[in-house]
Ligand binder design. Structure first.
Ligand SMILES: NC(=O)c1ccc[n+]([C@@H]2O[C@H](COP(=O)([O-])OP(=O)(O)OC[C@H]3O[C@@H](n4cnc5c(N)ncnc54)[C@H](OP(=O)(O)O)[C@@H]3O)[C@@H](O)[C@H]2O)c1
Length: 236
């Protein structure tokens, strides 16, 4: 399969890229960070099947340029894994006061970024055989389960992402598209800016579970759920 992953420099995105390459797939890895070398090192092991594609999903021109780069290799994608995300600023000190610019920046990545990617790459998925649209969301976007008293922008951006995916599912599922909407667990990743030693899953474990759910497990394609890494369904 030809698979595009956003935010593949490090964390879950990198872990999934690694595992998909081990399985023999062709991976177009969205590279956002100029100063991070993991993908460049991985490229030595998979010179023909790993393609490093500069990609900032918060920027329309960058997304369109990424498409032009991929089109030099293929005009077909089988799956897109919308993984890139930012956690934004916490506001514990001033629980009601929001920083609107910071909030919009989180939305621009976590919500609109995934929309941008879907719109720009839709025609390449149309040409592919698998038509898999995969979104890494979070339990933090579940309105029903929410108990947090902070972390507004991240939670809101994921709730909005979930609604986008639901509408998109209603629209594209009849055309044969397969959807995965996923909470990957609490990962010892780089979301806080550096590798965290707090979390339930290592990057490798989280990537393993995610890839299993996205590509191996038999799921009921006739309903869209927000599925957790532990198999639980999180209500919207
Ligand atoms: N970590 C968790 O416990 C957890 C829990 C639930 C859901 N998730 C979700 O899982 C996904 C992966 O997160 P992670 O834990 O692997 O985080 P991570 O280690 O920070 O990896 C995310 C990657 O996306 C990149 N990125 C940020 N902004 C981008 C942009 N505009 N365009 C393209 N790439 C961009 C990040 O770069 P920078 O490092 O420079 O920002 C980073 O390389 C996210 O969608 C996150 O919301 C994570």
């Amino acid at each position: 399969m030809n698979i595009l992953i956003t935010g593949a420099d490090r964390g879950l995105g990198f872990g999934m890229a690694q595992q998909l390459l081990q399985r023999g797939h062709i991976v177009f890895a969205g590279q956002y960070m100029d100063d991070w070398n993991e993908l460049k090192i991985l490229k030595h092991n998979y010179p023909d099947r790993l393609h490093l594609i500069g990609l900032n999903i918060s920027n329309q021109a960058s997304v369109e340029e990424a498409k032009r780069q991929i089109e030099k290799v293929t005009d077909e994608l089988d799956a897109i894994i919308n993984n890139a995300g930012v956690n934004g600023r916490r506001t514990d000190d001033e629980p009601l006061k929001q920083n609107y610019d910071a909030m919009l920046a989180v939305y621009n990545v976590n919500t609109i970024g995934a929309i941008r990617i879907t719109e720009v790459f839709h025609d390449m998925l149309e040409k592919g055989r698998e038509k898999r649209l995969i979104f890494v969301s979070s339990e933090a976007g579940s309105i029903t389960e929410s108990k947090r008293t902070d972390f507004y922008s991240y939670c809101m951006s994921k709730a909005a992402l979930n609604m986008y995916v639901k509408i998109l599912y209603n629209r594209l599922h009849p055309d044969g598209y397969r959807f995965r909407l996923y909470h990957p667990g609490w990962i010892k990743s780089y979301m806080g800016g550096q590798l965290s030693d707090r979390g339930e899953l290592t990057i490798e474990e989280a990537a393993n579970r995610a890839i299993d759910y996205f590509f191996d497990q038999q799921v009921d394609e006739n309903q869209l759920v927000l599925r957790g890494y532990d198999g639980n369904i999180h209500p919207f």
